[in-house]
Design a protein around this ligand. Structure first.
Ligand SMILES: Nc1ncnc2c1ncn2[C@@H]1O[C@H](COP(=O)(O)OP(=O)(O)OP(=O)(O)O)[C@@H](O)[C@H]1O
Ligand SMILES: [Mg+2]
Ligand SMILES: [Zn+2]
Length: 357
């Protein structure tokens, strides 16, 4: 027997597990409507808690009951959410025909614009013809709208070469003769996001989506760049841009990101933080697993896992605001935060890299 008495007495009994659940000491709080950061050394259990337990459980609630989450007692509060979205670094599409414009969803509008030109009407071309996915329309049928042809060789990797028929333009000549503000559809797909911001300055719907991509530091990508060539970080930010581009009132999603700063330049990290805050400002909740102190220190709430990796990890060492976590001596994150918060230095390695932004 570990403890006995009233609920109040049990709450005070430190050695009782039941007591600590009663007192709330053993709850892992994930507050809503804020940016929460999950921290801790490698192997401390961050991804397991967030991806295996919380994400999968909520996915089962909102999307597909067949998903089996990691073992846990209970998760409360899902009734306050409208959805769960994992913004990971997996590819945004396996098809070479998928690209930033199709994924974020404004290529449709671009096709509308081309179809509405007098040029297109005279030739009897419709929106259908300005797609590289539709058969027997305006796409180059030699390469089926891919712009490249793949030759399969025995015992060797496939060889990709520019389509000899359309020379990589992906559409037939008739379609390519149609111009919108001096450019044909192939030129538009070859345009960088940054250039497209000027070109579409009078198209508010398209412009809004382009601006979000630009804000996330993706201005250099081409509208038609095949998603199979995008890096993990680029794919992740395109997914984030898609979410930011369709914010609507009344929805309250929980967004999950596992180490989104991987591979990002310091400058891009600021942009990422701005975008995460935008989600929060629109009533969503964001949970980020992160090692980067620049992100950790601006979080509204921190859940620090540990104390070590592997079998010595898996527990919550500290949770609360950055200031509260900084006050916990047993927390490695807390110790680093203490320095960062008290000196304003970005890095704890004094004298090596000191900047206030
Ligand atoms: N399916 C599994 N079977 C056995 N061990 C596992 C399994 N999944 C995770 N682990 C172990 O559990 C621990 C926590 O793993 P987890 O991926 O949650 O760590 P993490 O905190 O996300 O680390 P990192 O910062 O390196 O991503 C690790 O020691 C890992 O090896
Ligand atoms: Mg992890
Ligand atoms: Zn072709």
């Amino acid at each position: 027997m570990i403890a006995q008495g009233t609920a109040k007495q049990l709450r005070a009994a430190k050695e009782s597990l039941t007591g600590s659940f009663l007192s709330g000491a053993r709850r892992i709080e994930v507050p809503f409507g804020v940016l929460t950061c999950v921290t801790g050394v490698s192997g401390s259990g961050k991804s397991t808690l967030i991806n295996e337990v919380i994400y999968k459980q909520l996915y089962a609630v909102f999307q597909d009951q067949r998903i089996v989450p990691g073992e846990h007692d209970s998760i409360e509060g899902s009734e306050h959410l409208t959805g769960i979205i994992n913004i990971d670094q997996s590819p945004i599409g396996r098809s070479t025909r998928s690209n930033p414009a199709t994924y974020v969803g404004f290529f449709d509008r671009i096709r509308d614009l081309f179809a509405q030109t007098d040029n297109a009407k005279e030739r009897g071309l419709s929106k259908y013809d300005f797609s590289f996915n539709q058969k027997n329309g305006g796409r180059c049928e030699h390469c089926q709208g891919e712009g490249i042809v793949t030759t399969q060789l025995q015992f060797m990797p496939d060889i990709e070469s520019v389509c000899p028929s359309c020379k990589g333009a992906r559409f037939n000549n008739e379609v390519l003769e149609v111009r919108l503000k001096g450019k044909n559809i192939s030129d538009v797909l070859e345009m960088s996001i940054e250039e497209a911001v000027n070109y579409f300055s009078d198209q508010s719907y398209i412009l809004h989506k382009l601006n979000v991509l630009n804000q996330l530091g993706l201005g250099y990508l081409k509208l038609g760049q095949s998603s199979t060539t995008l890096s993990g970080g680029e794919a992740q930010r395109i997914k984030l841009a898609t979410e930011l581009g369709k914010l609507k009132r009344g929805s309250h999603n929980l967004y999950i990101l596992d180490e989104p700063t991987t591979g990002l330049h310091l400058h891009d990290i600021q942009k990422l933080i701005d975008c995460l805050n935008q989600l929060v400002d629109n009533g969503h909740s964001v949970v980020v697993i992160e090692h980067h102190l620049d992100v950790i220190k601006v979080a509204d709430y921190i859940i620090d896992m540990g104390p070590e990796g592997g079998k010595d990890g898996g527990t919550v060492v500290a949770q609360g605001t950055p200031e509260q976590v900084a006050a916990v001596d047993e927390s490695y994150t807390g110790r680093f935060l203490k320095t960062v918060l008290s000196t304003g230095n970005r890095y704890w390695n004094e004298g090596v890299l000191q900047t206030n932004g």
